[in-house]
Design a protein around this ligand. Structure first.
Ligand SMILES: NC(=O)CC[C@H](N)C(=O)O
Length: 377
C-alpha cells in the first residue's frame, strides 16, 4: 500500500492536527462534530442531516466492512468532510463492493486519517462544536484557520431545501394500504418511509418548500416531518405548514428536525447544544411509561420546553414526552386535543434506526394508531 499524502485539520480556535489524506484531495470546511457509533458509518455518511458538517468518528477503526449498495440512507454522501483515526487497510465483508477510501474519493469527499481523534473529540466536548477546515493543499495552519473563520456557521443556517428532493415521489404501502401520509422531505433518510410502508402507510414525499395546499391537496390521513440539516430557527415555511395542519386536526408525527419544527409550531423555542448528540446508544426515557430506550441520535439543536408541566397551545395541550437521560435534553413532544386524545407527537431521535437499535420502532405504530383514532372519530 502506498503512503497517503499529508493533510491538515484546523479548528476555528486554532487547534491543529496533522495526519494523512483520506478520500479526495483538496480542501473542505464545515462544522466539526463527533459521532460515537461503533457501526453504521455508511448510514452516517449518507444521512442528509450531516450536510455541511465534518464528522469525526470516535470509533478508531473505520472502513472495516467496506461500502455496499444496500445501506446508504440517500443517494450520496452528505458529510462535508470525514475524520478517522485508523482506516481499514483492506475491507472485509461479503456485502462489500468497494473500499471506503475509494468511495470517498469517487464522491469528492475530503477527509483526514491518522490523527488523535480522541484528543479532537475531547476538545470539541469541552469547547463545543465549531467550524473546521481540512486541507491536503494548505500546509500552513494559520492560513487555513483564516479560511475557516471565513466559512459559514451552523447557527442560522437554512439548509433543508439544499438536500430535499426536487420533485415529489411516492413510497407505496406494503400489502394493503391503510393510510396515506404526506412527508415533508427536509433531508429524509431512505429507511423512514420504508418503516411507514411496512405498516400499510402510503407515503407521498414532498419537497421542503411544499405549501399547505400541496399537503392538503393529497387528502392525507397524517402529516410527517423528517430529519434534516441546519438550524430549526430558520424553518419558517415548514412551521407554517405544521400549524395549518394542526388547525385542521391532521395527525402529526415528526423526527429530529421534524421534532424541532413541531416544537416551534407549538410555540416553543430551539437552541444550539454545546456539542450535540450523535451516536447509536443514547438512553432516552419515555415519560408516559417510564421505559428507557436505547436510541440513535444526530442532533446539534434542541427544543426548549418545560419538563415539569404541560403547556396550553392553540392546538391543544403539549408536553415533553421523552427526555435524554444523559443531560435532560427534550427528546420528544406530545400534543393532546381537548378530549385528551393524542393528536400529534415527535421525537428528537431516530426511530427508523438506520443504523441503530430498534427500541423505538413502536413510534411508527403509534402514528398509525393516532391516524386510526382520527379516522374513527
Ligand atoms: N438529524 C436532524 O434532523 C438534525 C436536526 C438539526 N439539524 C440539528 O442539528 O439538531
Amino acid at each position: 500500500m502506498t503512503t497517503r499524502p499529508p493533510a491538515l485539520l484546523v479548528l476555528e480556535d486554532g487547534r491543529a492536527f496533522r495526519g494523512r489524506s483520506y478520500g479526495a484531495a483538496g480542501e473542505t470546511f464545515g462544522e466539526a462534530v463527533f459521532a460515537t457509533g461503533m457501526t453504521g458509518y455508511q448510514e452516517t455518511l449518507t444521512d442528509p442531516s450531516y450536510h455541511r458538517q465534518v464528522v469525526v468518528q470516535t470509533a478508531p477503526h473505520i472502513g472495516n466492512t467496506g461500502v455496499n449498495d444496500d445501506d446508504p440512507e440517500s443517494g450520496r454522501i452528505w458529510v462535508a468532510g470525514y475524520v478517522v483515526r485508523d482506516p481499514a487497510r483492506r475491507p472485509s465483508s461479503w456485502r462489500s463492493r468497494r473500499g471506503l477510501d475509494e468511495e470517498l474519493t469517487a464522491q469528492g469527499v475530503v477527509g483526514i486519517s491518522d490523527i488523535d481523534t480522541r484528543a479532537l473529540t475531547r476538545h470539541l466536548r469541552e469547547r463545543g462544536a465549531m467550524r473546521v477546515g481540512i486541507s491536503t493543499v494548505e500546509t500552513d495552519a494559520e492560513a487555513l484557520r483564516r479560511k475557516v473563520l471565513d466559512s459559514p456557521e451552523m447557527l442560522g443556517a437554512d439548509l433543508a431545501a439544499e438536500v430535499s428532493t426536487p420533485s415529489p415521489y411516492v413510497v407505496p404501502a406494503e400489502g394493503e394500504r391503510r393510510f396515506t401520509v404526506v412527508a415533508l422531505d427536509l433531508g429524509i433518510k431512505t429507511m423512514t418511509p420504508r418503516r411507514m410502508a411496512e405498516r400499510g402507510i402510503e407515503v407521498h414525499v414532498l419537497p421542503a418548500t411544499a405549501t399547505v395546499d400541496d399537503v392538503l391537496g393529497l387528502r392525507p390521513d397524517g402529516l410527517f416531518l423528517s430529519n434534516g440539516p441546519g438550524d430549526p430557527a430558520t424553518a419558517d415555511g415548514p412551521v407554517g405548514v405544521v400549524q395549518a395542519a394542526l388547525e385542521r386536526a391532521l395527525p402529526f408525527f415528526g423526527i429530529c428536525f421534524g421534532n424541532q419544527v413541531f416544537g416551534r409550531a407549538l410555540g416553543f423555542g430551539t437552541y444550539k447544544l454545546g456539542y450535540g448528540h450523535r451516536g447509536i446508544n443514547q438512553p432516552v426515557q419515555d415519560r408516559s411509561t417510564g421505559k428507557v430506550e436505547v436510541t440513535a441520535h444526530n442532533h446539534g439543536f434542541a427544543v426548549e420546553a418545560p419538563l415539569d408541566r404541560a403547556t396550553d397551545t392553540p392546538y391543544g395541550t403539549a408536553e415533553v414526552s421523552h427526555v435524554c437521560l444523559n443531560d435532560d435534553v427534550v427528546e420528544g413532544l406530545a400534543l393532546r386535543d381537548r378530549t385528551g386524545r393524542l393528536s400529534g407527537f415527535s421525537v428528537q431521535y431516530h426511530p427508523e434506526a438506520a443504523a441503530g437499535p430498534h427500541d423505538a420502532a413502536y413510534l411508527f405504530d403509534r402514528f398509525a394508531d393516532v391516524m386510526s383514532a382520527a379516522k374513527e372519530s
